[in-house]
Write a new protein. Structure first.
Length: 219
């Protein structure tokens, strides 16, 4: 019996089956490789964690404790009418505007004109943003005070810069513990205050802060 020719129907069916089998095997291999790649990626994602640390920019609303070498930074305490009061670390040479930016900026009721945004800050300083109208209220209370000299350096409701304690100075608007220490240190090094304007010689006190304190203190 003669063998079937290459062009017989049986031979064509056999060749077609082999082609389909080959194509199917290639597809299976491709799908298997793709699934293996996905599994490897999932395993790496579950076991490898990449952490990126960034330094807070003064112009951004950053959280406290932003990465910065301690040797190149200064600490300031931002309090009062701000979004997020707290302790912040700034670069040396930073200004009040930088500290307020880290604290989230002014609160809605802040007295913005009472703050000198351009003033450089000092290490350990407390920056207190007053509520609008607070300075005027304090002035009215001081002006309405009556009587003779009070204990610890206040007369007629005014704080005596030459005899006041740290605690008494701390009660003044915008004067925190750090600023009170600076006032006392200046008094110790330079002698008595001869006028209220001498406060301008104390580091951290500018014209606006002096204006807020002028009616509340005496010499």
């Amino acid at each position: 019996m003669a063998a079937p020719s290459a062009s017989s129907p049986d031979a064509e069916r056999s060749a077609g089956a082999r082609r389909r089998l080959g194509v199917g095997a290639v597809i299976v291999l491709v799908l298997g490789a793709f699934a293996l790649t996905i599994l490897i990626g999932m395993f790496r994602g579950a076991t490898g964690v990449e952490t990126v640390a960034t330094e807070a920019s003064p112009s951004a609303s950053a959280s406290p404790g932003a990465a910065m070498p301690a040797a190149t930074g200064v600490y300031v305490h931002v309090a009062g009418a701000v979004r997020h009061a707290g302790l912040y670390r700034l670069e040396v040479g930073g200004r009040v505007a930088d500290a307020l930016a880290l604290a989230g900026g002014f609160a809605d009721d802040a007295d913005r004109d009472a703050v000198n945004l351009a003033r450089p800050v000092a290490d350990g300083e407390q920056i207190v943003v007053p509520v609008a109208g607070a300075a005027a209220d304090a002035s009215a209370v001081a002006a309405g005070g009556a009587g003779g000299a009070g204990a610890g350096g206040s007369t007629g409701g005014l704080i005596d810069l030459n005899t006041a304690t740290k605690e008494q100075l701390d009660t003044l608007p915008r004067v925190g513990p750090a600023m009170a220490d600076r006032i006392i240190a200046w008094r110790t090094e330079n002698g008595r205050f001869t006028s209220v304007d001498d406060l301008l010689s104390v580091p951290g006190i500018g014209d606006k802060m002096l204006a807020a304190l002028r009616d509340l203190v005496r010499v």
